[in-house]
Design a protein around this ligand. Structure first.
Ligand SMILES: [Zn+2]
Length: 458
């Protein structure tokens, strides 16, 4: 199907002031979900979003969740049309970094650039999708376009899964489109097709009532911190990162050849990666190896070792107790509960005195990389940006995605619009008109593909 559309250029041109006006209003409400002092702003953001939807002719409602509300709305064009839910979030990260060159919640337009917290994550992409949907409805595309705008994404979506059960307010779609991810490089659209999962644990060991003097007791006294270090060593090879827990890799599905090729085509650069995160050296040097490690391999990380003396100099204590804080990033098809059980068994065999307690679990996610939905993503990005997208993965987790998988069991596709230089979760966050206008074209083409898939049942 042809994606050329003479009317869309003039639509986009006319939509620009509306886009900028709505973005300014949203950015100037500091919807920091993490900070209870901003609870009122979060609620006002939801109310404003409901207004925006209604102004454009969609129906919309604010849905109570027990925490911050969420916004549900959209256009139903026909009962037999395919329904897509477009997921975005309207809460933002705090913005207290001293590096901000402007007030973070004052929207500022500078030519093609839009400055302010939330412009790229995720208010700009949300409005881009909204204006694309408005166009699709006016063009009479046979597709139902629903919006689900969360306001607790930045705090791990604690009430999202429960809210999806409210079928009256949140209807079950045939597919989901998520627009909340970052391209790997400016000149190459990227579509995520996988997220890593997570399982955390605290390993605690108490060998005495209190700290003791090493001159009086050392040699006979057990040292819980040293024992916990030995356990860390028994779980992971610190040089290679290889996890040593028996059975840990059993369920790992390695990326396909096509996926690895797509990873390489994403524009990932090791030098830039090192610069962004301030690394002096890495466990791997080749780009292909680095991306495979961060996107498609599981990990075991030590985050903290607590106990003993941590003040200036050295104090000769033998600690009475210690705690090791660890997490494992998981890839498809590892299951957090099973991996936690493997860890617990491994530790019990090596050191039965250590208590292993779970600290949060998230399933990994694997999306489709072929078939009509993946093809629709390709068509969309080509229409919007003139280029084939690279199918990549995310090293992190998005809790909301897993909730939608479990509630609906429908395909979930990703079309993010953020660029690495947009300052995602960082000071001086920005978004730009190039990504917004290309994004409108991309989403419109994607919706047109979905409409044409009316009779496809996955
Ligand atoms: Zn986000």
């Amino acid at each position: 199907m042809s994606t050329s559309d003479p009317k869309i250029a003039s639509y986009i041109q006319h939509a620009r002031p509306r886009f900028e006006g709505m973005l300014a209003e949203l950015v100037e409400l500091p919807s920091v979900s993490m900070d209870p002092a901003h609870a009122v702003d979060v609620r006002r953001t939801a109310a404003l979003a409901v207004e925006f939807l209604k102004e454009l002719g969609a129906e919309a409602q604010l849905v109570e969740t027990g925490g911050h509300p969420l916004v549900s709305g959209g256009w139903t064009t026909g009962a037999h049309h395919p329904t897509v839910t477009i997921y975005n979030h309207l809460d933002v990260q705090p913005a207290q970094e001293p590096e901000w060159r402007q007030a973070p919640f004052a929207f500022r337009k500078e030519d093609e650039l839009y400055h302010g917290r939330g412009t790229t994550d995720d208010k700009g992409p949300a409005l881009t999708a909204l204006l694309a949907a408005k166009y699709a409805v006016e063009a009479g595309m046979p597709v139902n376009l629903r919006f689900l705008w969360e306001l607790e994404e930045e705090i791990g979506s604690p009430n999202f899964a429960a809210a999806l059960v409210n079928r009256e307010a949140v209807t079950k779609p045939d597919s989901v489109l998520v627009s909340d991810t970052v391209w790997v490089a400016r000149n190459r659209p990227a579509a995520s097709t996988g997220l890593r999962g997570l399982v955390g644990a605290r390993l605690t060991l108490r060998t005495g009532e209190k700290d003791a003097h090493s001159g009086l007791t050392g040699g006979a006294a057990r040292n819980p911190l040293a024992e916990l270090c030995a356990l860390a060593h028994a779980c992971v090879d610190a040089h290679t990162g290889k996890v040593k827990i028996p059975g840990f890799y059993d369920d790992v599905v390695p990326p396909t050849k096509a996926e690895l090729q797509s990873f390489r085509a994403s524009g990932f650069q090791v030098a830039r990666f090192k610069q962004v995160y301030g690394f002096h050296s890495l466990r791997a040097t080749a780009a292909a190896d680095v991306v495979r490690r961060i996107w498609a391999s599981p990990t075991f990380e030590v985050h903290g070792l607590v106990g003993g003396y941590t003040g200036p100099g050295v104090k000769t204590v033998v600690p009475g107790s210690g705690e090791l804080k660890v997490t494992m990033r998981l890839v498809p098809n590892q299951r957090p509960a099973k991996i936690f059980a493997l860890l617990r068994r491994h530790i019990a065999t090596l050191n039965p005195d250590v208590r292993v307690e779970p600290e949060g679990m998230l399933e990994p996610f694997r999306g489709v990389v072929s078939g009509p939905y993946a093809d629709a993503v390709r068509v969309g990005f080509r229409a919007g940006f003139g280029k084939e997208p690279a199918f990549v993965r995310e090293g992190g987790s998005i809790g909301a995605v897993q909730s939608m998988v479990q509630a609906w069991h429908v395909p979930i596709l990703f079309m993010g619009l953020s660029l690495p230089e947009h300052g995602y979760h960082a000071p001086n966050e920005n978004f730009d008109w190039g990504q917004a206008s290309g994004g409108i074209r991309a989403f419109v083409a994607y919706f047109r593909e979905l409409a044409a898939m009316r009779h496809f049942h996955p």
